[in-house]
Each structure stands twice: as structure tokens, then as C-alpha cells.
Write a protein that binds this ligand. Structure first.
Ligand code: F6P
Length: 443
């Protein structure tokens, strides 16, 4: 496992994409790419996308331009590895829901069918579980089956958390004649995908495993943004508006909104910026203590007559008791910071004798069970197209993503080797501080 938290620790070797073999078959997409060269809007397959995007970081590498770490670009290739007429593809969705899952499924099916002539696509039910049993019965994913699924939230394939035995899963894939597997999942599921790829390699099975990273938390590194994130925070913004309406319609009103975000506070930050009516944002990456926070909150209510607080579910966990519980994916089951804040705010105002109308809003799962918005729908489709191009070209053990605006191939260990988090010293958090006016330190 590579630790990828600091991009400077990522080397060119870490970014090498595994190939099953030499792509020697002229692609049905060849006509689209022949004659194209790299431009500000296209990266040719012979070119690379730089990992670093500032001169300072590139200079810190102390190497020549050719040795700078870079990523393989996504997109159609002139030559492919798999013969479309003999290719059977499988799709599985894993982990928690995320807007856009059905868009990705549909995008994969249609790209395979329409542009490569791969019409034999199956879906596995309920995550990796659907790949592991002896009586696996995948569903056929035809054009007709996926025709309108992109208008719905959730995943038509079902999903579950948790790993399964990779050897059993490879056995199923071999039995069903699958040569290309698309895994749509978060970091845990992508690690599972990497195990399927390495098991296949060890057993000499010609299998391409391509991940499409999924997380509303936007916590996968080396992606500009993960699909579904934008839809999720936009939906969270509606809850903030409700909280503001409530808070501003009563004397001394406080709207407290709890949003998802286990270890990364992107949803809280973006929803707060989108509404631009929030007084405090509390996220896992920035510690706070009750005493300074409650003091500032009281002051804000005195000055403005009301206040809105947005808290990510993973914020302030050090202020709560953790019982060690984990979910099927191995994620810590978080203690309830929303409930504790509610108690502490109520007690604080009762203690000072000041009037308080506290309205607690927890949109919970509502932010991730909705269909993708327009932006995410486009992104999901383009990720699906890039995933199909990579698979047909014989790439494996990688995910597709967009980095610095370019579609790229990222090895799974790099995408799962660290977590994307809000940097307390970064410009996103600075924007939040500017927009809310909350003090930089609440401890
Ligand atoms: O990881 C994404 C996420 O939406 C987190 O923000 C949240 O903590 C978690 O999933 C909840 O998922 P579930 O309750 O389905 O396990």
C-alpha cells in the first residue's frame, strides 16, 4: 500500500497503470482519435497529465520535466486489447448510495454496446455479495433494461457493504466468461476491486478490473471531485434554507443542520458556501471546543437575532465517547455530534437565561438517495465512457477520474492510499471562514 497523503511522496512508478497485454486490435473508435493531437482540450494517448499543478511543487521534485510524476490520460485508444465480439462485461455497485450510480451503469452499458459492439453486459446484485455465492444469478443489462434508469436515484443493481473472498469472486467471473469487470464503489470497495485484479493476475486470468470511484463525501484523493457530491451538497443546501427560514422567523432562533461527512467535511463546506447564509461550519478536519463555540454562537445570535450552524457528522468526535463499533465496511460508527450540540446549545442558553428557539434539521439519507443533477449526470456519463475505453484497451487495477480538469487513469493503490480532506490551511476552508465570519480557532 502506498501512502499518498502528500503528493510529493507519489513517484512516477506509483502511477504506472497495469496492462493485461499489448493492445493489437484496431478499435471501432479509431476513426474518432486518428489525427488528433494534444491540445488544451484533449490529451492524446501518447501524452501524460502532470500530477502537480504549480511550478513550486514541480520544482520541489528536483528532477527534469520528463521525470515529473504524471498520469495516463483517459479516453478512446486507436488499438484495443479485447475483441469486442468475444467480450462479456460485468458491473457491480458497492457501499452506500450516491447520486449518479444508475447514470454510471447506463453509461457503461450504452458505451459498450453502441461504440464497441459489446452487447453482452451483466450486473451483479447487492455488491460483492452478488459475485461470491455458488448460485450467482447476474441480471442481463440490455439497452432496454437501462433505458430510463438514469432518472432514478439509488442503484438498480442493489448494493451492500463488506468484502467477499476474491478467489470466489474470480471463480464466478471465470465461470461466467466475464473479461471486464466495472466496480462502482468507495475506497473499501476499490480495495476489494484491487484484490480481484491481483487474484486474477496470480491465477493467470485475463480480467480487466476498472473502478469508478463513488462517494458523496468527496474523500477519494487525486480526483477534482467525486460523482454525486455536487448533487448531494445541493440537496443539503435546501435543508440549510429550511433551517434559516425557521431560525430567522422566531426570536433568538438557531438552525442546526447535520449533514453526512464521516471524515471529510466537503458536503458541509460546499452546502454552507452555496447557501451563503451560514454562521458556523463544524467539520472533522478542524477541531473545536464547546466553550469558545457556544460563546461565539451566543454573540452571533445577539448581533443578528438568529444563527445557522452546519455540522458534519464526523466533526467533534473527540468530544464524544466512541464505543469501537464499526460497520460492515470497517468504518467507525460515529457518535452523534448533532444530538450533543443540540443538548449543549440548549443548556448554554438555559444557563444564561437567554431566549432560544432551536430547530434541528438532519436531512440524513435524503441527500444521497436523489437522482443526479445535470452536472453529475454529465460527469457520470464521461466517467463511464473513460472506464469502458480503459477496459477495452486492457488496463486493469485502476480507477477513472478527473484531475485538473483532465480524465485520467489512477492506479487503485494511489486512489485508496489516503483520504481527500478539507485542508484547514487550504483555500476552501479560507472561503468558509470568509463567508461565515466564524473565528479561525474555536478551541
Ligand atoms: O461514505 C458515504 C456516507 O454517505 C457517509 O457520509 C456516511 O457516514 C455513510 O455513508 C453512511 O452510510 P450507511 O449508513 O449506509 O452505512
Amino acid at each position: 500500500m502506498v501512502s499518498t497523503a502528500d503528493p510529493l511522496s507519489v513517484t512516477p512508478a506509483d502511477l504506472r497503470i497495469r496492462r493485461l497485454g499489448e493492445p493489437a486490435i484496431l478499435s471501432p473508435m479509431a476513426g474518432l482519435v486518428q489525427g488528433r493531437v494534444s491540445s488544451p482540450h484533449y490529451v492524446h494517448e501518447s501524452d501524460r497529465v502532470l500530477l502537480d499543478d504549480t511550478l513550486g511543487r514541480a520544482e520541489a521534485r528536483l528532477c527534469g520535466v520528463a521525470d515529473l510524476p504524471s498520469l495516463e490520460p483517459g479516453g478512446p485508444r486507436e488499438y484495443i486489447y479485447f475483441d469486442p465480439s468475444r467480450t462479456r462485461a460485468g458491473i457491480v455497485t458497492c457501499g452506500g448510495l450516491c447520486p449518479g450510480l444508475n447514470n454510471v451503469i447506463r453509461g457503461l452499458v450504452l458505451e459498450l454496446a453502441d461504440n464497441y459492439g459489446v452487447a453482452d453486459v451483466v450486473g451483479f446484485r447487492d455488491g460483492f455479495r452478488g459475485l461470491a455465492g455458488p448460485d450467482v444469478t447476474p441480471v442481463s443489462l440490455s439497452r432496454e433494461v437501462v433505458s430510463d434508469i438514469h432518472n432514478r436515484g439509488g442503484t438498480v443493481l442493489g448494493t451492500s457493504r463488506g468484502d467477499q473472498d476474491p478467489a470466489l469472486m474470480v471463480e464466478t467471473l471465470v465461470r461466467l466468461g466475464i473479461s471486464v469487470l466495472f466496480v462502482i464503489g468507495g475506497d473499501g470497495s476499490l480495495r476489494g476491486a484491487a484484490k480481484i485484479a491481483s487474484t486474477a493476475e496470480r491465477l493467470g486470468v485475463d480480467l480487466s478490473v476498472i473502478g469508478v470511484p463513488k462517494t458523496i463525501d468527496n474523500d477519494i484523493p487525486y480526483l477534482d471531485q467525486s460523482f454525486g457530491f455536487q448533487t448531494a451538497f445541493t440537496r443539503a443546501t435546501e435543508s440549510i434554507k429550511s433551517a434559516l427560514t425557521e431560525a430567522s422567523s422566531t426570536p433568538h432562533g438557531i438552525g442546526l443542520v447535520k449533514v453526512m461527512g464521516r471524515h471529510s467535511g466537503f458536503i458541509a463546506c460546499y452546502a454552507a458556501l452555496a447557501s451563503h447564509d451560514v454562521d458556523f461550519v463544524l467539520i472533522p478536519e478542524v477541531p473545536f471546543l464547546f466553550e469558545p463555540f457556544l460563546r461565539e454562537l451566543r454573540d452571533r445570535v445577539r448581533q443578528r437575532g438568529h444563527a445557522v450552524v452546519v455540522v458534519a457528522e464526523g466533526a467533534g468526535q473527540d468530544l464524544l465517547e466512541y464505543d469501537g463499533a464499526v460497520d460492515a465496511s470497517g468504518n467507525a460508527r460515529l457518535a452523534d455530534i448533532g444530538g450533543l450540540l443540540r443538548q449543549r446549545i440548549t443548556a448554554e442558553f438555559a444557563g444564561t437565561g437567554e431566549e432560544l428557539s432551536l430547530r434541528y434539521v438532519d436531512p440524513g439519507y435524503a441527500i444521497r438517495s436523489v437522482p443526479a443533477n445535470g452536472w453529475d449526470a454529465v460527469y457520470c456519463l464521461r466517467l463511464a465512457q473513460a472506464a469502458v475505453h480503459a477496459a477495452m484497451a486492457g488496463r486493469t487495477a485502476m480507477v477513472v477520474g478527473r484531475w485538473h480538469g483532465r480524465f485520467v487513469h489512477i492506479p487503485i493503490p494511489v486512489a485508496t492510499g489516503s483520504r481527500n480532506q478539507v485542508d484547514p490551511n487550504g483555500d476552501l476552508w479560507m472561503s468558509v471562514l470568509e463567508a461565515t465570519g466564524q473565528p479561525e480557532r474555536l478551541y
